[in-house]
Design a protein around this ligand. Structure first.
Ligand SMILES: [Zn+2]
Length: 416
């Protein structure tokens, strides 16, 4: 039998690592057709045979292994391979070897576990149970009886990518739900170890999730902010305009700026920027430098005073105190309401919108070239973060000027 030849070849090639498990055996329920005796496993002959009639061999096999594992085979070679696989698993996984993984019912497969998971979620009376059930069932159709320990991050990513006609937000929801399922499996114990947990793919849905706008609308809002706030406190406009120009700037960075944050070369330093410990540096556009300086003349203050502060006491806002964390947000929202834009908060409306619009304008080569500045004056600032923004920012400013909003300097009504 050619199968037997293959089997012995396979067996000879199977090199036993040190300490490998030699448990388990292959049996058959078939009896000798001549004498009715049991057929006995003869590994050296690759099969099960009658002791008295060596020519009588079995055609059905069962692999028996520790932990009540048994599996039927019609082919000796497959049975032998499976037994070797179990021995290898037992030998390498040692105490972590879980017989449930190898039983024919496959209790640690995706399909076997998913119903328990869903039942658990139902107990909690979650509103989102329908959605959870759909997501898990859908993945169950894909992963089937595969042991969840054997499903890696790449397979999960491929699965998520294969779901057609969904938004990135929805894809993200599928990912987090599957991740929760895996975490539940981890928590149950003896199914998967922490080290075996798949790495779940990152899905960047933020731009889509957080509604953004376009430059024209952004400029309409900034124009409205100017109209509403410039006479009251011109720093509101400057802060929001800076957020819409320098994508590296975060709303909270604005609040960390002091009177001394802008140096004589027009470099802005944020010493404790949010989300990172190294100081953030930005080369400001001349429009902003000029506005900054003119506001310093108008509202003189000590070097360590917060630059973006209330210039007069109004309600709960006290003159000289830094803008509250939601102060610019509220001005942005007020302007949005007047312009008729809904659902676009300050940050998506400024940073994300500008980043998206800029990406449309510049190809990657240009962006790269823009960072390779040669002028002596700029060489000094090679360490400055986002230096390429200077060129980009210049174009952004031109775009904005086309929208007839800027420059600053001349408030609608005199404010002297
Ligand atoms: Zn016999």
């Amino acid at each position: 039998m050619s199968d037997r030849g293959l089997a012995s070849t396979y067996r000879n090639q199977y090199i036993l690592p040190e300490g490998v498990c030699m448990k388990g055996r292959i049996i058959t329920r078939q009896k000798c057709e001549l004498c009715g005796e049991k057929l006995v496993w003869k590994p050296e002959r690759s099969g099960c045979f009658c002791e008295k009639h060596p020519q009588v061999s079995a055609t059905r096999f069962i692999v028996l292994f520790t932990g009540k594992i048994f599996q039927n085979f019609k082919d000796y070679r497959a049975a032998e391979q499976y037994l070797n696989y179990l021995r290898h698993e037992k030998g390498t996984r040692k105490n972590k070897f879980n017989p449930d993984d190898y039983k024919s019912a496959k209790p640690n497969s995706f399909l076997a576990l998913k119903d328990k998971y869903i039942a658990k979620k139902k107990q909690k009376g979650l509103k989102s149970i329908k959605k959870i059930t759909y997501i898990i069932d859908r993945a169950g159709e894909h992963f089937g009886y595969k042991n969840i320990r054997e499903i890696n991050g790449a397979e999960i990513e491929d699965y998520l990518d294969s779901i057609p006609n969904i938004s990135e937000k929805t894809r993200y929801n599928h990912m987090t739900q599957l991740r929760d399922f895996w975490k539940w499996c981890l928590g149950r114990g003896n199914i998967i170890t922490l080290a075996e947990m798949p790495i779940f793919p990152e899905i960047d849905y933020e731009l889509e999730y957080r509604k953004i706008t376009d430059w024209n609308t952004q400029e309409k809002i900034i124009s409205k902010i100017k109209e509403l706030s410039y006479d009251f406190n011109p720093k509101i406009l400057l802060g929001i305009d800076m957020l819409s120009t320098y994508t590296a700037l975060r709303p909270d960075d604005i609040r960390r700026l002091t009177e001394s944050s802008l140096d004589s070369m027009g470099i802005l330093s944020i010493n404790r920027p949010t989300k990172s410990k190294k100081p953030k540096k930005l080369r400001l556009h001349d429009d902003h430098i000029n506005e900054w300086r003119s506001l310093q003349e108008k509202y003189p203050a000590l070097p360590d005073m917060p630059f973006f502060r209330h210039t007069k006491t109004y309600g709960r806002a006290k003159a000289g105190v830094v803008f509250g964390i939601n102060y610019l947000y509220r001005w942005w929202e007020r302007a949005c309401k007047e312009v008729g834009l809904e659902g676009v908060p300050l940050y998506p409306g400024t940073k994300h919108t500008t980043a998206t619009e800029t990406a449309k304008l510049f190809d990657p080569e240009t962006a790269l070239k823009a960072s390779g500045l040669t002028e002596e004056a700029f060489k000094r600032y090679c360490l400055v973060e986002n230096i390429e923004n200077l060129e980009v920012v210049t174009v952004i400013r031109e775009k904005k000027k086309k929208a007839d909003i800027l420059p600053f300097k001349k408030p609608k009504k005199g404010n002297e």
